[in-house]
Design a protein around this ligand. Structure first.
Ligand SMILES: [Zn+2]
Length: 235
């Protein structure tokens, strides 16, 4: 990352939820890499808010496993190990086929319009070769499915899982790939046709492709930062 570039645009008086949303967007666009250190001062200045508001946003993101807080060290963006990444994808394969099966059983109201509008944005980003936006949009597609299902618990779960998957892609993918083309539209078409089994099968197939693009074999050789610190403390 070029340190001379500002990480975020200066934003005035953001709410805690807005700060969380911007941090997630930055991770989705691969502007905030795994292991990156964040400070309360830096975030408070960037968002033009008090450190109390920043602290709340950090606490919530830490609860979801997206940021990692360590005493005397500070807050870093999570860096999932290979084992954690395999676990995350295992849970996604359990949960996401059921999300789309549920959506296909309907009714989803204006949800289908939102999904189609999202696919159009993905297509535009793909056509204009806008990598950052495309990677973010393909990640957000999976959150939108949970949002359309109108289940807040599911949305929160998927936010954690999807964000950690984005970070794992930066660590373990041979190239920073977005989701493969056409697979999202196959899923949406099956939902539109009310065909839950097809939607679930397409989602599972899609997640297996996402997993296949990652090098997850073998042990985690380099221990992560928190493990190293624990070792240094003699824990
Ligand atoms: Zn996808």
């Amino acid at each position: 990352m070029d340190p001379s570039l500002p990480r975020f645009q200066k934003a005035h008086g953001k709410s805690e939820a807005e700060i969380r949303r911007r941090i997630l967007q930055a991770i989705f666009e691969m502007r905030l890499p795994p292991g990156e250190r964040l400070t309360e001062e830096q975030l408070a200045e960037t968002f033009d808010v008090s450190r109390t508001v920043v602290r709340q946003a950090i606490a919530r993101l830490a609860q979801d496993g997206i940021l990692v807080k360590m005493p005397n060290i500070g807050t870093t963006v999570a860096a999932p190990t290979r084992k954690e990444t395999r676990d995350i994808l295992a849970v996604r394969k359990m949960v996401e086929p059921d999300i789309v099966r549920m959506l296909a059983a309907g009714p989803v109201g204006g949800g289908l319009d939102r999904l189609h509008a999202h696919l159009a944005k993905e297509k535009a980003a793909r056509n204009s070769d806008d990598r950052g936006t495309l990677v973010r949009l393909t990640g957000e597609f999976h959150l939108l499915l949970a949002e359309v299902a109108a289940n807040d618990v599911l949305t929160r779960l998927m936010t954690g899982l999807q964000t950690l998957t984005c970070l794992a892609i930066l660590l373990y993918a041979e190239q920073d790939k977005a989701c493969p083309p056409d697979e999202h539209s196959r899923i949406v078409n099956a939902i539109a046709e009310g065909n839950g089994e097809t939607a679930a099968r397409e989602m599972l197939r899609h997640l297996k492709h996402v997993e296949a693009d990652l090098k997850l074999d073998g042990e985690d050789k380099a221990s992560n930062f928190s493990e190293t610190m624990a070792w240094l403390r003699g824990a």
